[in-house]
Design a protein around this ligand. Structure first.
Ligand code: PLP
Length: 463
């Protein structure tokens, strides 16, 4: 299997090439040239498998034999071994046909551990095998940074540079990043906002001449294909538990960069009978406006109680657009680069095609808190604000009550104390492995919002 760019102008690449980079050279994102497709019988035969064994079946075709099966199996098993629940991704029933898939049992308490635990191990394996060193560079508004650091900190051939906006992430989130030990861990607080951090990262990827000669940059945000690949697995895992592939299943996904829900879209393309995919957003609702009103225009980014979804332009949406535009890279490029200049609209036929699978709903902060309180009262289950948005959107959009609706729980509520407090509830205790979080030593450097300050700093650390 080869990987191609959504802009259609980059050469096809191997799994390893895609793993060790960020965007394609033409500015697009990598996608598989063809999706593997599993028969109903094959999917049915996976019922009851432990998470890691199922993951091996789903992931293997994407790796294309570039890593031996036995090695791949071990890397996958090791990635999920330390999750705090033996099911890895436990399912909870909250109402007759409503389910919540708990994706926060990993070391940093958000679903991003599913991808980054595996990404770190894949990188470690190929870098040691090929005797290469890289620098991981990423920007975070909170959850990605800690998950990336946890996933990659044991890799001797990786130096990690994680940018976060100075004084604009929650204390738990900051401490989760800045207390990670290791010579190869570099936390940088930028005097600016998350967009500023992202811009610096993008510029650095575009011109890597500041790096020592034997180094290249690797992305850890969800433009990295391996992250998406790892997330496909839990759609199969959850669906099998409620009767798929013999019956259809729907999912509701708290959405920011569109990586998580795009993995669900791919699971459907691989043979999983998915009826509906619900895009759940907060008041930063560009995707909801597109699906519901064919309005794809920038709004003003506003902070919410669900900060991991405070995103205006969802990078992975381009991967879906590539299919929607019948894999016409030029059309994709035209559509995404015109954003901001004009109000973009999809041709009516394409909008209808998107609507046949995707529904959407936007939830404001007030309703988010109400849902957290209500679900807690009804079920004793405490949701984080992102998950609450997913559950509310699921209820609003569920077309066929006979089809199970699974909401993805993307983070543990302890990470978002503000919202829990505003819902009138008590914040849960930190899990055991994090109980000394507020006593741990922190390490980070504060830099100006300036590309040369960051590249100079990186060069110094790498030489
Ligand atoms: C990253 C994140 C999201 C958004 O996921 P995308 O793949 O960017 O759409 C939602 N909830 C939480 C808690 C997150 O950390």
């Amino acid at each position: 299997m080869k990987y191609i760019s959504t802009r259609g102008k980059a050469p096809a690449s191997s799994f390893e090439q895609v793993l060790l980079t960020g965007l394609a050279p033409d500015g697009g994102l990598y996608v598989p040239e063809t999706l593997p497709r599993f028969s109903k019988e094959e999917i049915a035969s996976w019922a009851g498998l432990p998470y890691d064994e199922l993951a091996f079946h789903v992931i293997k075709p994407f790796v294309n034999g570039e890593i031996p099966d036995e090695v791949l199996k071990q890397l996958i098993t090791n990635s999920y071994r330390d999750f705090s629940h033996s099911a890895v991704a436990p399912m909870r029933n909250i109402n007759s046909n409503e389910w919540v898939l708990e994706l926060y049992c990993g070391p940093t308490l958000a679903f991003k551990d599913f991808a980054l635990q595996l990404l770190g191990r894949l990188l470690d394996y190929v870098l040691i095998r090929d005797d290469k060193k890289v620098a991981v560079l990423g920007a975070t508004s909170g959850d990605t940074g800690s998950a990336a650091l946890e996933g990659c900190r044991h890799c001797a051939n990786i130096d990690l540079f994680i940018l976060h906006p100075y004084q604009r992430v929650s204390e738990v989130q900051r401490r989760q990043m800045t207390s990670v030990p290791g010579e190869n861990v570099h936390n940088i607080a930028i005097r600016g906002n998350f967009d500023d951090c992202q811009k610096i990262v993008k510029t650095a990827f575009g011109d890597q001449s500041f790096l020592p000669e034997d180094r290249q940059l690797v992305a850890v945000n969800s433009i990295n294909w391996a992250r998406i690949m790892a997330q496909i697995v839990y759609y199969f895992y959850a669906a099998l538990q409620v009767g798929a592939p013999h019956r259809p299943v729907s999912f509701s996904v708290p959405t920011g960069n569109f990586g998580d829900i795009y993995a669900g879209y791919l699971a459907r393309g691989m043979g999983l009978p998915v009826d509906q995919l619900v895009i759940a957003t907060n008041h930063n609702d560009i995707l909801h406006r597109l699906i519901s009103q064919n309005d794809y225009s920038l709004g003003e980014l506003k902070a919410s109680l669900s900060p991991s979804m405070d995103i205006m332009v969802s990078s992975n949406f381009e991967r879906y657009l590539f299919d929607l535009f019948d894999r016409d890279g030029e059309a994709v490029e035209k559509f995404v680069t015109a954003l901001g200049e004009t109000q973009q609209q999809l041709p009516e036929a394409l909008l209808q095609k998107a609507q046949s699978l995707f529904s959407s709903y936007a939830v404001d902060d007030e309703t988010t808190c109400k849902v957290i309180a209500e679900i807690y009262q009804d079920t004793g289950f405490l949701l984080d604000p992102h998950t609450a948005i997913g559950v509310e959107a699921a209820r609003r959009c569920h077309r066929n009550p006979a089809v199970p609706m699974i909401s993805l729980a993307t983070a543990h509520p302890v990470k978002f104390a503000d919202a829990v407090k505003k819902a009138g509830l008590e914040n849960p205790a930190l899990p055991l492995h994090m109980q000394d979080l507020f006593e741990r030593e922190e390490r980070y450097d504060v830099l100006d919002n300036d590309i040369s300050a960051v590249t100079g700093y990186m060069r110094q650390q790498l030489c």
